[in-house]
Design a protein around this ligand. Structure first.
Ligand SMILES: Nc1nc2c(ncn2[C@@H]2O[C@H](COP(=O)(O)OP(=O)(O)OP(=O)(O)O)[C@@H](O)[C@H]2O)c(=O)[nH]1
Ligand SMILES: [Mg+2]
Length: 299
């Protein structure tokens, strides 16, 4: 795999919440690395996904969508995004063509355009809408004016796989010469515990809406190999008793539904039959409990 001509570098994916960043990293790497949902602010980690080709390796870093603060966890998530941006070789900026660019978009562009790192702009969700294509192009060019850091503008669909090859090719061009950082069969360095916890969170996000997702966290407590099955215990943490009632659902329906989805996804990762045990818990101030946030890997 390695030779003097080998290229390898970090590509941080940045953009507003819900733009399709996690969908894009999954499509580019070819496996579900980062969870996806229709709820903004789904991603809570700097999730790495690794793509290895014969002569280059791209280490993608998915980040939480950057946004104007609305809740306490948001501050931590924005810090994760900013840190990942400061130490990368290329920025993959993702815009959502199906929504008009509001102030939040300008905040992201303002941060990115000050960094002096080459940017590849992905104008995502082209399968859904092209109405604002020129609005985005004009806006980006305004921020790029006099800086010349935006190298490519690629209309694409992360969901339908449109123009992924163009994105990869443009990134390759700006990768620095380095030996590979990871073995060629490694797709992510995200730990099994965190991946499982995130998949369980994704399982719930399919059913719950509005503010509740931001009040929820999942922690993997145990993974025990019992021969034919793997036993996995996760705590599903919320802030109030009322929220606990919602996530359990009438007669335990919601927690069961989320469990069925998550178990199937976890089995793909573990490659083994899994028994998934989900327990709902109330931890009132988990978002400001530093020790707990660290256990969750959010700080
Ligand atoms: N139509 C369409 N939908 C997409 C596309 N890419 C992503 N989506 C949808 O957009 C929603 C958000 O996708 P995510 O990948 O979770 O977005 P994100 O930018 O990672 O969001 P955060 O983690 O919250 O910042 C999901 O419902 C996706 O299915 C696309 O190319 N076309
Ligand atoms: Mg995401």
């Amino acid at each position: 795999m390695s030779s003097n001509n080998f290229k390898c570098g970090f590509v941080t994916i940045a953009g507003r919440p819900n733009a399709g960043k996690s969908t894009l990293i999954n499509s580019l790497v070819g496996q579900k690395i980062s969870i996806v949902s229709s709820i903004p602010q789904t991603t809570r980690y700097a999730v790495r996904g690794i793509l290895t080709r014969i002569n280059y390796q791209i280490v993608f870093v998915d980040t939480p969508g950057m946004h104007i603060f609305r809740h306490r966890l948001a501050l931590k998530l924005n810090n994760i995004s900013r840190d990942s941006l400061a130490y990368c070789d290329i920025i993959l900026y993702v815009a959502d063509l199906s929504r008009f660019p509001v102030k939040e978009e300008e905040t992201v562009l303002d941060i990115i355009s000050r960094l002096k790192i080459p940017v590849v702009a992905v104008l995502n969700k082209i399968d859904k809408s092209k109405d604002y294509l020129n609005v985005y192009l004009d806006l980006i060019k305004r921020y790029d004016s006099g800086r010349d850091i935006f190298k490519y503008f690629i209309p694409a669909s992360a969901l339908k796989g449109i123009n992924l090859d163009k994105i990869e090719k443009s990134l390759e061009e700006f990768l620095p010469f380095n030996p590979p950082f990871y073995e060629e069969d490694v797709l992510t360095d995200f730990s099994r515990e965190f991946r499982i916890a995130d998949i369980v969170r994704e399982g719930f996000y399919r059913h719950i809406k509005e503010e509740l997702p931001h009040s929820m966290a999942v922690k993997t407590e145990e993974i025990v190999d019992r021969g034919k099955v793997v036993y996995v215990l996760c705590s599903v943490i919320v802030e109030t008793q009322a929220q606990k009632k919602i996530i359990i659902g009438r007669g335990g329906r919601l927690i069961k539904e989320a469990g069925i989805y998550s178990r199937a996804e976890i089995e793909k990762i573990l490659g083994k039959k899994t028994y998934l045990d989900l327990r709902a818990k109330v931890l009132k101030d988990w978002q400001v409990n530093f020790r707990f946030l660290r256990e969750l890997g959010y700080v």
